[in-house]
Design a protein around this ligand. Structure first.
Ligand SMILES: CC(C)(COP(=O)(O)OP(=O)(O)OC[C@H]1O[C@@H](n2cnc3c(N)ncnc32)[C@H](O)[C@@H]1OP(=O)(O)O)[C@@H](O)C(=O)NCCC(=O)NCCS
Length: 182
């Protein structure tokens, strides 16, 4: 049940659990979209060191949150910070949001987005965008249900595959920061 899951700020000790969620949910989400070889080559260890660096970098403006069950299992995470390509309208970016398959569609995505955007507002941001693979239809529906507006597209490369990404933007994130009912 989503109500028994806590959303909290991540610490460096969460690098391993976040890496596990990251790799496992990439494999279930992108199977049939991203080349199988690319997904097979994802490494828990590489992701863990990447997340450890992000969680310990002193000057990072990145906000990282985890969704943790009562038994202490991390089942999802989200990270956000300054927009990375110099967009003049959308100043913050949701870099990643991933929830293990068996914990999806029970409201954790909404809660993570709400918590992340509250933190972005505290950091002085009022607008946000994110990038999502165009073929990731469930995630696109999720962002549309949060009233994201399609605002851009670009090609990204995974192994030898060239895929389309679309961006969704919110010019005012105050509405997203409203806490959904747990
Ligand atoms: C996309 C993701 C973050 C959404 O989080 P979630 O916890 O599953 O979504 P929620 O339960 O909070 O749903 C919120 C709304 O989004 C919509 N939604 C969520 N999943 C959906 C789906 N699979 N299909 C259609 N709509 C969906 C629903 O309309 C829901 O609205 P409701 O609360 O009125 O029913 C989560 O499913 C996930 O981690 N997916 C795999 C990884 C991924 O694709 N990440 C995004 C990469 S850019």
């Amino acid at each position: 049940m989503a109500a028994n899951v806590t959303i909290r700020t991540a610490s460096p000790a969460d690098a391993g659990p976040i890496a596990r969620v990251h790799v496992d949910s990439w494999r279930t989400t992108y199977q049939g979209i991203v080349p199988a070889e690319y997904l097979a080559n994802l490494s828990y260890r590489d992701r863990e060191s990447m997340w450890h660096e992000a969680l310990t970098a002193a000057r990072t403006a990145t906000s990282i949150f985890v969704a943790e069950t009562e038994s202490g299992e991390v089942v999802g995470f989200a990270s956000a910070g300054p927009e990375r390509e110099g967009n003049s309208i959308y100043r913050a970016e949701l870099y990643a949001i991933y929830i293990l398959q068996q914990h999806q569609t029970i409201g954790l995505g909404r809660r993570l987005v709400s918590t992340v955007t509250q933190r972005l507002l505290e950091h002085g941001f009022s607008s946000m965008l994110l990038w999502v693979l165009e073929d990731n239809h469930p995630a696109c529906r999720f962002y549309e249900s949060l009233r994201g507006e399609p605002v851009g597209r670009k090609t990204v490369t995974f192994g030898d595959a060239h895929l389309q990404e679309v961006s969704y933007g919110w010019s005012d994130i105050a509405g997203l920061a409203v806490k959904p009912q747990a």
